[in-house]
Ligand binder design. Structure first.
Ligand code: 5GP
Ligand code: ZN
Length: 134
């Protein structure tokens, strides 16, 4: 828990939320500025800013809960989004997974997908470099 964190305050109940789910390790609620109807946030109760700050055993339930909410909302098309860092569009520094229904072209998440040029040699060199650290 972080005293200054808005999502820790939501978990504690100090800030109200429309709570959809709660367990020992996970909390889920409706986003207050939705991109589409049913836009929800699924968060670990363990406070950490980025995905890499959260122990594995506090991560394992997050996707099943996001899935459960997508089903409850009745979303057939949707995005699961988890931003890390300001430049990656993270505003709240407590890890959160967005479940954002995509009901049509205009509502929900818009994605800019700037593919880069590469080739098999470059990909292979990168692959070897990353794999050696896994
Ligand atoms: P980020 O850009 O950090 O991935 O997304 C943060 C999300 O938290 C935004 O979609 C924003 O609407 C939501 N949010 C911020 N403050 C509150 C709040 O007090 N209550 C709720 N329910 N959502 C919040
Ligand atoms: Zn927090």
């Amino acid at each position: 828990m972080s005293a200054a964190c808005i999502f820790c305050k939501i978990i504690k109940g100090d800030i109200p939320s429309f709570k959809l789910f709660e367990s020992d390790k996970v909390f889920a609620f409706l986003d207050i500025q939705p991109l589409s109807k049913g836009h929800a946030l699924v968060i670990p109760k363990y406070h950490g800013a980025k995905l890499t700050d959260i122990p594995d055993d506090h991560l394992s339930e997050l996707l099943p809960v996001a899935k459960k909410i997508a089903q409850a909302v009745g979303a057939t098309d949707f995005n699961i989004l988890q931003n890390n860092g300001r430049i990656a569009h993270q505003v709240v520094d407590h890890v959160h997974f967005h479940m954002i229904p995509k009901p049509n072209e205009t509502e929900g998440l818009g994605i800019h997908w700037p593919t880069q040029e590469t080739d098999m040699d470059k990909l292979k060199a990168l692959f070897e470099e990353i794999k050696a650290k896994m």
